[in-house]
Design a protein around this ligand. Sequence first.
Ligand code: AMP
Ligand code: ZN
Length: 433
Amino acid sequence: MPDRREELEKAGRREIEKLQLDRLRSSLGRAARSPFYRELFASNSFRPGDLVSLSDLGRLPFTVKQDLRDSYPDRMLACPPREVVRMHSSSGTTGTATVVYHTAGDIDRWTGLVVRCLVMAGATADDVFQNMMGYGFFTGGLGLHYGAERLGMMVIPAGGGNTHRQIELFRDFGTTVIHVTPSYALHVSDVFREMGLGPEDFKIKKIIFGAEPYSEGTRSKLEEAYRAQAFNCYGLSEMNGPGVAFECRRSEGMHVWEDSYIVEIIDPASGEALPAGETGEVVFTTLTREAMPLIRYRTRDLAKIYPETACPCGRNFTRISRITGRSDDMLIVKGINLFPSQIEHVLMKTPGVGTNYLIVLDRFENLDRLTVRVEIAPGAFHGDAEEMRRLQALIKHSLREEIMVQAEVELLEPGALPPSQGKAKRVLDKRDV
Ligand code: AMP
Ligand code: ZN
């Protein structure tokens, strides 16, 4: 499928919806080639050919993250394995990992969407692009990398971390566009200020922020610190990764690439569709993916759709607001997704640990810090400090294995934490982004 970027940018609603219907038909047909969707369609007496209008999509049940876990490793694969050229995996742990497959065509189309985003931000082949997101399974690295290269920018595949080196790269190569998480951007700006540097020492003009939620306040602070315009970039690995929705220069909501995805907003409790303007859970259906189509995938991210589709920028693609929260308890720490239940799992299998614990999140030097405060079991302390240090080290190590994030561990005496009264409060998030 060629990337008809120029034409699509100006497409009207009718044209977009017609394209969606055509593509949805073939996407459902392709999905039916995977064992997962074949069974799901059969149990709902649904045949892809039955689809008459876009609203018929509502007859199909949602797909949730657990379905991806249960389908591990390949029950959602909808093409012959030899056509797969890449896989990405979620930042989950063994046993609960989710996998997304891509054909060469999938990578090509994803790259095309990222190019559109970059063009929307006003980037050109004259720019120098420093990609400060992690490479590897995480889609933020490779996703933007391919798009930036196709646009013809010079790409600096810096990855995350190594702050002094990042700043050196800004200066030595005249970086003009950066792709970074807002929390890391804050840290980097603190460091360059400590080094006696300011935005006048760099050529950065545009910042692409993604991978985690942040506020308008943080955005303004960062635009000032870098003297650059910020663009919000949203995506998730289940929908390829970054580049599902992106802000235009009007900075009011992100355009969803509706020739590639159908977006719905639902009430997370009832699953009913919500009208434009109301905040609910974002649900996506892929329209062009070959290796692994996903139908009505519940993202758990909360946002609203802007009622008016025509944007002064000239595009008619629906806009969604920034992500305002989650309908589950997933936490994003240093860009890694994790669930409190994973921490609980580690604590509860460790002998000597009590039942009460608290997960504290804050920021130290603008970087996320995760502290697990946990009571030891009554009778577990025998007056031996060395034994306690070993327990602490063991918990730290097991947590690192399970959640892939370094955590501080504080051991407390039994009864030190407030006892739960009803629904236990397990997470104290003091980060203010
Ligand atoms: P992953 O699949 O590991 O890339 O994580 C995707 C999740 O990251 C999304 O479901 C969101 O919760 C979060 N995320 C990605 N981009 C943004 C963004 N621009 N604003 C807020 N949250 C984001
Ligand atoms: Zn616009």
